[in-house]
Design a protein. Structure first.
Length: 375
C-alpha cells in the first residue's frame, strides 16, 4: 500500500485563490480568502493555523471541492481541479466529528469507500483488512461506533480515509474531540502514519502545539491572507511580525527604538537605556524607528544584576520541572519567564525586585504594529 501512495501523490498547488461570500445582511460581500498562493509538496503535511475567521477552513473546503474559488487555480499535480466536484478529486477527509455510519460495523465503515468504487469483493476484503491491521483495529471489526472509545473511532475514521488510497488527505480539526492525553498519542500516531505512507496532506487546527508536532510546514493565516509559511522551527524562531510571534507559542514584547545596526546585530533603546542584541534573522529597520523586541519565555533569565532590565515579580508558579514567573518592568510591560529545573536555580517570590536578562541570540527585532481590536 505504501508504494501505491507514492505513485499517486503529486502535490497540491494554489495560485491566486480568492473566495468571496455575500455578507450576512445581503448588502455587500467579504473576502474569506484573499489572493493566496501555496505549494504543498508531494508527500508533505502542511498545517493551516490561525484564529477563527482567518480563512483556514474555507481554504480546506476549496481544496476538497465543497467550495469553489471565486477566482484562482487549484492544482493536484498538473490537473486544475478548481471547479471539479469532490467525488472527482480523489481526496479523503478526516472530520472533527469522525462522521462514522452508526449502523455499520468497523469493517463496513472502512470498506464503504471501496464499495462505492465498485471494486471486487475480494479486493475490498483484502484492502479493508490490511488497513485494519495497520491501524491496530484487529478484533474490533464487528463492533459498531457506539461500542468504541474516542481514540478507536478516530482510528476507524482515519482507516476509512486512507483505504481508498487518496491523492490528497485532508484533516479538519481531527483531534479536537479527544481528551488532552489521548490527543497527544493520536497526533503522534497520525504523524507516523502520514510519514510512512507519504500522502500529500493538509491539516487544519487552532492548536499551536498540535501544528508544531505534526507539520512539515506551518501556514499562519489572518483575515484571509497568509502571514508566514515555513517549517515549525522557522515560524517559532524567526517570526516575520508580531502577529506570527504571538500566535505560535507564547511571545513577550518590549517596546524600543532602533539606535544602530552592525554585523553583530542591533542596539535598541529600551526604557531610556541602550541594549545590544545579536538578533539573527531580523529585518533591518530604519535608525530611529519604533520597534518591538520579542522573545519566548525560555529565552529570559531573572537575576539580581544591575545590568539587566529592572522589574518586579508579580506571579511565581512552581510546576516541578519548571518555574513560571511574570515580571512587570518599569515601563509596565508584562513579561513571562520560564525557568527549567528550578531545583538548581535561585527562586524568587512575588514582590521581589529583580532584573531581566535576555539570551540575545534568541531575540528578534520586529516592526511595531498598530494595535487593533484583537488578534
Amino acid at each position: 500500500m505504501e508504494n501505491e501512495y507514492n505513485k499517486k501523490s503529486k502535490g497540491v498547488v494554489l495560485r491566486n485563490v480568492t473566495k468571496i461570500f455575500p455578507s450576512l445582511d445581503g448588502k455587500g460581500e467579504f473576502k474569506a480568502v484573499d489572493d493566496i498562493s501555496l505549494d504543498i509538496q508531494d508527500g508533505e503535511l502542511v498545517t493551516l493555523l490561525g484564529p477563527s475567521g482567518c480563512g483556514k477552513t474555507t481554504t480546506l473546503r476549496m481544496i476538497s471541492g465543497f467550495e469553489y474559488p471565486t477566482s484562482g487555480d487549484i492544482f493536484f499535480g498538473e490537473k486544475n481541479v478548481a471547479n471539479i466536484p469532490p467525488n472527482k478529486r480523489n481526496i479523503s477527509m478526516v472530520f472533527q466529528s469522525y462522521a462514522l455510519f452508526p449502523h455499520m460495523s468497523v469493517a463496513e465503515n472502512i470498506a464503504y469507500g471501496l464499495q462505492v468504487k465498485r471494486l471486487s469483493r475480494e479486493e475490498v476484503h483484502q484492502r479493508t483488512y490490511k488497513v485494519i491491521e495497520m491501524m491496530q483495529l484487529n478484533g474490533m471489526e464487528n463492533r459498531f461506533p457506539n461500542q468504541l472509545s474516542g481514540g478507536q473511532q478516530q482510528r476507524v475514521a482515519l482507516a476509512r480515509a486512507i483505504v481508498i488510497e487518496p491523492q490528497v488527505l485532508l484533516f479538519d480539526e481531527p483531534l479536537s474531540n479527544l481528551d488532552a492525553k489521548l490527543r497527544i498519542t493520536m497526533r503522534d500516531e497520525l504523524r507516523d502514519l502520514q510519514q510512512r505512507l507519504k500522502i500529500t496532506s493538509l491539516y487544519v487546527t487552532h492548536d499551536q502545539s498540535e501544528a508544531m508536532a505534526v507539520a512539515d510546514k506551518i501556514v499562519i493565516m489572518r483575515a484571509g491572507i497568509i502571514e508566514q509559511c515555513g517549517t515549525p522551527q522557522e515560524i517559532y524562531e524567526y517570526p516575520k511580525n508580531q502577529f506570527v510571534a504571538n500566535f505560535i507559542g507564547h511571545a513577550n514584547f518590549i517596546d524600543g527604538k532602533i539606535v544602530s545596526w552592525n554585523d553583530g546585530g542591533a542596539t535598541a533603546e529600551i526604557m531610556g537605556k541602550p541594549y545590544h542584541f545579536s538578533s539573527p534573522g531580523s529585518e533591518r529597520l530604519p535608525i530611529g524607528s519604533e520597534c518591538v523586541v520579542t522573545f519566548h519565555p525560555e529565552s529570559a533569565v531573572i537575576t539580581d544584576s544591575k545590568e539587566g532590565m529592572p522589574g518586579k515579580v508579580v506571579k511565581a508558579t512552581y510546576y516541578g520541572s519548571e518555574m513560571d514567573y511574570e515580571i512587570v518592568l518599569k515601563d509596565e510591560s508584562k513579561i513571562a519567564v520560564k525557568i527549567s529545573n528550578p531545583q538548581n536555580t535561585k527562586r524568587y517570590a512575588v514582590g521581589d525586585e529583580v532584573a531581566l536578562e535576555l539570551n540575545t541570540n534568541c531575540v528578534r527585532i520586529l516592526e511595531k504594529e498598530k494595535k487593533t481590536g484583537g488578534i
